[in-house]
Design a protein around this ligand. Structure first.
Ligand code: MN
Length: 421
């Protein structure tokens, strides 16, 4: 176990109960203070810690990292240092923020590098080159397959043999808090034989996690399943906004296009794979047996609680979904090994999302399509209204965290408000 994960550690910065950012987390993100420049940050309690200030005061001097790496608008150059160095920075932070740190008076420098998260702007953490969305939840694929194809035989023949995915659009991935405009497009109304153009009437969210690639490969170089996790820097919450009516009309034969690429929302803090080590858990048994290049060993799933909340424009927020990242049928190592098996290359900052994470029970489905079962079972809201899909003015909020040995390591939020046309 790396020192930074020790459950006995405590910080001199206040970490309220239920907070996602104890000293055992120390995620990385990009913050900006009013009138300031973007710089690398970590989260501790309800504070954001400015790593550029710490770097300028020499706290990382012996790690051999150029100062300018801490003053970038994205984490890409930092991730490019490699895990030995990024992990050393996280361990150093765990010393600096520890109650036992006696090398300097915390009170003296704290006002210069600690700022309430409520007072800083969190920016898109990564410059995303390429984005891929998987379809790796058995429950989600089964639910969608039974709704749109065959309830008796919902999975297509390839599904249990390979992690199905499509190439998404990196340009429209935005950080939490960015509003999403309801898309317009072509749809085929029920019973009609000609399409119409107009605003989507079936705007949906997809509850997903995504991993950020922190190590590049060359074109033609596969990634062995045993080393796949070396390429994963960390994870974020990911809302793959979806317009179901546009998607349904366009998706055959080449898959999602305009029903998906109008926006995806990520949480601002990238939680390192290292900080998630305590939450490893076995994945579902894979039957039939997968091909050798997809056979992974050890616990490659993660026990992370996930929630989705809908906050109406003028009403009380309602939790509509509780799921868990551990339900994934295909794990991240398998996704990456499969993605690279043909020699497809990866760049630092590439993002791979999991696909909608649905669990076995109705309340654990990760999209409105499933929760309200294609509009046939509208969800009641606290204000008396119902939802089959997402209304204008609704804010959709994703949350996620792991909890073990009294330590909660979380992701904060990925939230986005839907604006009408
Ligand atoms: Mn998706």
């Amino acid at each position: 176990m790396t020192r930074a994960n020790d459950p006995a550690l405590r910080s001199w910065v206040d970490v309220p109960p239920g907070c996602d950012f104890p000293i055992q987390n120390l995620p990385f993100g990009i913050m900006r203070r009013a009138g300031g420049s973007p710089r690398l940050a970590t989260a501790i309690g309800r504070q954001a810690a400015d790593l550029q200030v710490l770097a300028e005061h020499g706290f990382f001097d012996d790690l051999g990292i150029p100062l300018e790496v801490f003053a970038q608008p994205y984490l890409n150059d930092f991730m490019a240092l490699g895990k030995a160095k990024t992990s050393a920075v996280r361990n150093r932070l765990s010393h600096i923020l520890d109650t036992d740190f006696e090398e300097w008076d915390a009170g003296e420098l704290a006002p210069f590098f600690l700022f309430p998260q409520s007072e800083v702007e969190m920016l898109m953490p990564v410059r995303v080159g390429d984005y891929t969305d998987f379809y790796s939840s058995l429950e989600h694929a089964s639910n969608v397959g039974s709704m749109f194809r065959d309830p008796q035989n919902p999975l297509l023949p390839n599904w249990r043999h390979l992690p199905v995915a499509y190439h998404g659009r990196a340009s429209s991935i935005v950080v939490s808090g960015t509003p999403i405009r309801r898309p317009s497009g072509q749809t085929l109304p029920p019973g009609a034989d000609q399409p119409v153009f107009g605003p989507s009437a079936r705007m949906d969210f997809e509850l997903e996690m995504a991993f950020v690639v922190g190590k590049p490969t060359e074109l033609g170089q596969p990634i062995g399943i045993g080393e796949a996790e070396d390429y994963i820097f960390g994870l974020v919450l990911f809302n793959d906004w979806s317009a179901r009516d546009i998607q349904q009309w366009e998706y055959v034969p080449l898959g999602p296009f305009l029903g998906k690429n109008f926006g995806s929302t990520v949480s601002p803090w990238v939680v390192t794979l290292e900080a998630l080590e305590p939450f490893r858990t076995p994945g579902p048994v894979q039957e039939p047996e997968v091909l050798p290049y997809l056979k992974s060993e050890g616990n490659k799933n993660f026990d992370l609680h996930l929630e989705v909340w809908i906050q109406p424009e003028a009403g009380e927020a309602a939790r509509v979904c509780r799921s868990n990242f551990k339900y994934m049928y295909w794990n991240m190592a398998q996704q990456l090994a499969h993605h690279a098996v043909n020699g497809c290359n990866f760049n630092i900052g590439d993002v791979c999302a999991s696909g909608t994470i649905s669990g076995p029970e109705e309340g654990s489905y990760g999209s409105m399509l499933e929760l309200a079962w294609r509009g046939t079972k509208p969800l009641p809201m606290p204000d008396g209204s119902t939802r089959s899909f997402i209304n204008d003015g609704d804010t959709v909020i994703l949350r996620g965290w792991g909890e073990r040995n009294g330590v909660r390591v979380g992701f904060g939020e990925a939230s986005g408000k839907v604006l009408g046309l």
